[in-house]
Design a protein around this ligand. Structure first.
Ligand SMILES: O=P(O)(O)OC[C@H]1O[C@](O)(COP(=O)(O)O)[C@@H](O)[C@@H]1O
Ligand SMILES: [Mg+2]
Ligand SMILES: [Mg+2]
Length: 334
């Protein structure tokens, strides 16, 4: 079978649907190229001198890893000259970054979590990059964070790269979810799965169980019932997985089903949750919905949330539709 490269695939998308114009295609190709460079750096590990702390902190109050900073720089650099962007926002930057004056400006905004799963970098476990594309609103300066405060449902594209045993790029431009694998010899992303669908039912849940004593009652009830297995009210046994890299946990769910949860708990109550709405919940939520799954805070659809600040955090429950709806129903029952 002749390989289908990312560029080819995007040209086909451009032909088939007017949502994926030349500018968006170019943007996605530039992001893919940046992910290739990040994959190379991650792959070098200790040999590349990229492990360990950067000695700096970010607006999230986290100590930055060298790879957080390097990945952020790679994405900024790659996209600065492109002509398809008006501005960028990142989990690792306090404020948006605009395209330097001398460069042509485009009609899109790019938002990204340059390195997801930072706690796994130094122990050689899969990490990734998550990105979201919005239209640049008329009349708002792209240096103003207000330009980025758009509901997830308005995204024109979203994707993630997962740097695991192989490097994969998974994306949607609103016409389903498609996965590409990096052919290291060719240095190109090749289409390996198209129109991925998440099974509506599952026997696998994913949550950091060390937070159990902090969970709200609906989540406690849901997990307890899963743990009771076939002797319990669910009448079937459940498996549990937690990689602690959202990209890897959600990629597993996109590949074989499951439900991923980082719910609101007593520890994260004050900040509204752990994961970031614009860089993590919205892009992953869009991809999950495009693959037939659901994405909720437990109380509302994530893609309907009107963001009010750049680094806003939200509770996240996403994956197999019927399982997410069950967790939402438990929240409704209180
Ligand atoms: O350490 P915990 O509580 O298991 O949290 C893990 C979660 O935190 C994250 O690492 C946060 O993302 P970053 O690594 O981009 O900060 C998610 O990828 C992951 O799902
Ligand atoms: Mg992250
Ligand atoms: Mg990150």
């Amino acid at each position: 079978m002749k390989p289908i490269f990312l560029t080819q695939f995007l040209i086909e998308e451009q032909r088939k649907n007017d949502q994926c114009g030349a500018d968006l295609r170019l943007l996605l190709e530039v992001v893919a190229r940046a992910c290739k460079r990040i994959s190379l750096a991650v792959g070098k590990g200790a040999l590349g001198g990229v492990l360990g702390d950067a000695g700096t902190g970010n607006i999230q109050g986290e100590a930055q890893k060298k790879l957080d900073v390097l990945s952020n720089d790679i994405l900024l650099e790659a996209n600065a000259w492109g002509g398809h962007l008006a501005g960028m926002a990142s989990e690792e930057m306090d404020e948006p970054s605009i395209i330097p004056g001398e460069y042509p400006k485009g009609g899109y905004l790019l938002l990204f979590d340059p390195l997801d799963g930072s706690s796994n970098i130094d122990v050689n476990i899969s990490v990734g990059t998550i990105f979201s594309v919005l239209r640049a609103p008329e009349g708002i300066d792209p240096a103003d964070s207000k330009a980025y405060l758009q509901a997830g449902a308005t995204q024109v594209a979203a994707g993630y790269a997962v740097y695991g045993p192989s490097t994969m790029l998974v994306l949607t431009v609103g016409t389903g979810v498609h996965a590409f694998t990096l052919d290291r010899e060719l240095g190109s992303f090749v289409l390996t799965q198209s129109n991925l669908r998440i099974p509506e039912d599952t026997k696998e849940f994913s949550i950091n169980a060390s937070n159990a004593r902090h969970w709200e009652a609906p989540v406690q009830r849901y997990v307890d019932e899963c743990l009771k297995g076939k002797e319990g009210p669910r009448g079937k046994d459940f498996n549990m997985r937690w990689v602690a890299s959202m990209v890897a946990d959600v990629h597993r769910i996109i590949s074989r089903g499951g439900v991923f949860m980082y719910p609101l708990d007593a520890k994260t109550q004050a900040q509204g949750g752990k994961l970031r709405l614009l860089y993590e919940a919205n892009p992953m939520g869009y991809i999950v919905e495009q693959a037939g799954g659901a994405a909720s805070t437990g109380r509302e659809r994530i893609l309907d949330i009107q963001p009010h600040k750049l680094h806003q955090r939200v509770p996240v429950i996403m994956g197999s539709k019927n399982e997410v709806e069950r967790v939402v129903a438990y929240h409704r029952e209180g």
